[in-house]
Design a protein around this ligand. Structure first.
Ligand code: XBP
Ligand code: MG
Length: 251
């Protein structure tokens, strides 16, 4: 039985559905602008999401022969342009938060739970989402923003979660992760965390065996009941509340 002291949030797919209409579109804008004859359509991007990290994803597509060879500096430059396009898309307000995200963040913050972010995405892309989708006050409300290349090994390695907990001085037994993907869940699990997963169109069929709770979304009190796909703690769920997260830790 452990007390819930800290919640670490994944970003892409968890805070907001950023992949299909945000990151994917931005990659294609950068490819087009640089004269690369390559477009990542919706299903192709779904396959490529198995590789975490934008630069790593481009490199993988090159190595499998679907993009022309280029030196790493060029990949990094291409990715920097992609990030700039992504930030513009986010600033245009195209990607809302997922249902229940703001509600649960507010509830946890008001309850004095330490909140942090553990993501593979680039720090400036995360900053854009916080500024334009969440609100600037969250730069102070999150006690740590752990993102991108700050650790050498990205998810599914545990490193980004371990780094975030070290920064906060919290233990894994008091920390819960909110994730959306198999790589994210594996990363949190490898770091010793309990984990609630909110799936999306790209991740619904991923393997979440062992995850504490897998639901369609966090949901809202006045909305429809969320779809519960896996529940190791036999919780009574209509929408995910802080009390559910506490119950998972206590179990
Ligand atoms: C998701 C990722 C990222 C994004 C693209 O991160 O794997 O690579 O797809 O962002 P998470 P970058 O789910 O951990 O938030 O291009 O900035 O890497
Ligand atoms: Mg994610």
């Amino acid at each position: 039985m452990a007390e819930l002291k800290c919640i670490l949030w994944d970003v892409d797919g968890t805070l907001a559905d950023t992949e299909r209409d945000g990151h994917r579109v931005a990659f294609n804008m950068a490819f087009d602008e640089a004269g690369h004859d390559r477009e990542w359509d919706v299903p192709t991007y779904g396959e490529l999401l198995a590789v975490t990290g934008g630069k790593e994803r481009i490199k993988f597509d090159i190595e499998r022969g679907d993009m022309c060879e280029m030196p790493y500096e060029e990949i990094a430059g291409l990715h920097a342009r992609k990030t700039a396009h992504y930030e513009t898309l986010i600033a245009e307000g195209r990607i809302p938060l997922r249902p229940g995200v703001r509600r649960l963040l507010e509830e946890a913050y008001a309850a004095g739970i330490t909140l942090g972010v553990a993501t593979t995405t680039t720090p400036s892309a995360l900053d854009a989402l916080i500024e334009h989708s969440l609100g600037s006050e969250w730069f102070d409300r999150f006690a740590v923003l752990a993102a991108g290349d700050i650790v050498p090994a990205k998810k599914p390695a545990p490193d980004i979660y371990t780094y975030a907990m070290e920064q906060l001085g919290v233990n894994p037994e008091n920390t819960l992760a909110l994730e959306d993907s198999e790589n994210g869940w594996k990363s949190a699990h490898a770091a010793g965390l309990k984990c609630v997963v909110t799936v999306n169109d790209y991740t619904r069929d991923h393997d979440f065996t062992g995850a504490d709770l897998v639901v369609s979304e966090l949901g809202e009190p006045d909305g429809e009941a969320v779809n519960v796909l896996q529940d190791l703690h036999t919780l009574d769920v209509h929408h995910i509340k802080l009390s559910h997260l506490k119950a998972i830790m206590h179990d």
